[in-house]
Design a protein around this ligand. Structure first.
Ligand SMILES: Cc1cc2nc3c(=O)[nH]c(=O)nc-3n(C[C@H](O)[C@H](O)[C@H](O)COP(=O)(O)O)c2cc1C
Length: 221
């Protein structure tokens, strides 16, 4: 079996939470499915190049596992464009395959990601793909800074359980027990909000701007 882990973050591999999410998920899958071939693909942000190599990699995989951020309550636009590109390229001979996805959001409530997961499910249904499990993850932004925190720790225990659900579903013939999981780090929401609010002024300073510029409304006439 060939699994393709598809990173849908426009931040790429180094700056995103989606990439470490995929790496962690791949590690959990390897514990049980040692013989599965694992490949990684970061969807290019630009559609200007030749789409054929990306589409070929997607077409060759038996299973897709997406991870991407939530952008304005839906999928990042370049992910939508790639899905449309794939849709155009499908032929009657195209394979059906299982699809799994993690959508992570900045807001702490994981349910924020429900509609984006629904978009992916509908895409699968329209294109003869088998939608299996969607994970909505709240508090996604600090995931990349917390890669050193083990998945087996208290903080990430709910996330680990969701990854294990994907792992255990890969070989299952029957329908998934829980097609949607909503998880986040076990961290107090009030503290997350304080940390988030502290982060904005720090970023403003790093980018040589004034705090008052956070409130700029350039599109208001
Ligand atoms: C353009 C843009 C739109 C966003 N929209 C939302 C949103 O609607 N809801 C939300 O909770 N977070 C939103 N976020 C925050 C991202 O989902 C969050 O930072 C996520 O962890 C980024 O994941 P990544 O590092 O894998 O790209 C948005 C971020 C950007 C840049």
């Amino acid at each position: 079996m060939k699994i393709l882990f598809i990173n849908g973050s426009p931040r790429g591999e180094k700056g995103s939470s989606s990439f470490p999410i995929l790496k962690d998920l791949a590690g959990v899958i390897t514990e049980v499915h040692e013989n599965f071939e694992q490949n990684f693909l970061t969807l290019p942000r630009s559609m200007k190049g030749d789409p054929a190599p990306v589409l070929k990699q997607m077409e060759e995989a038996d299973i897709w596992v997406f991870a991407m951020p939530l952008y304005v309550d839906t999928l990042p636009s370049h992910v939508l464009r790639w899905l449309m590109e794939y849709q155009k390229s499908r032929t009657p001979e195209s394979l059906s395959r299982r699809v799994y996805a993690v959508v992570n959001s900045g807001f702490p409530e994981p349910e924020q990601n429900r509609e984006a997961l629904k978009v992916l499910e509908l895409f699968c249904r329209q294109n003869g793909l088998e939608w299996r499990i969607g994970i909505g993850m709240g508090m996604g932004e600090p995931y990349k800074q917390m890669v050193q925190v083990p998945l087996k720790s208290f903080f990430k225990s709910d996330i680990l359980r969701a990854y294990e659900a994907v792992r255990d579903d890969l070989n299952r013939e029957s329908l998934p027990e829980k097609p949607l999981c909503f998880v986040r780090m076990r961290w107090p929401v009030w503290l997350y909000r304080i940390q988030g609010n502290m982060g904005w002024p720090m970023r403003v300073k790093q980018n040589g701007m004034k705090k008052s510029e956070i409130y700029a409304r350039p599109y208001v006439l």
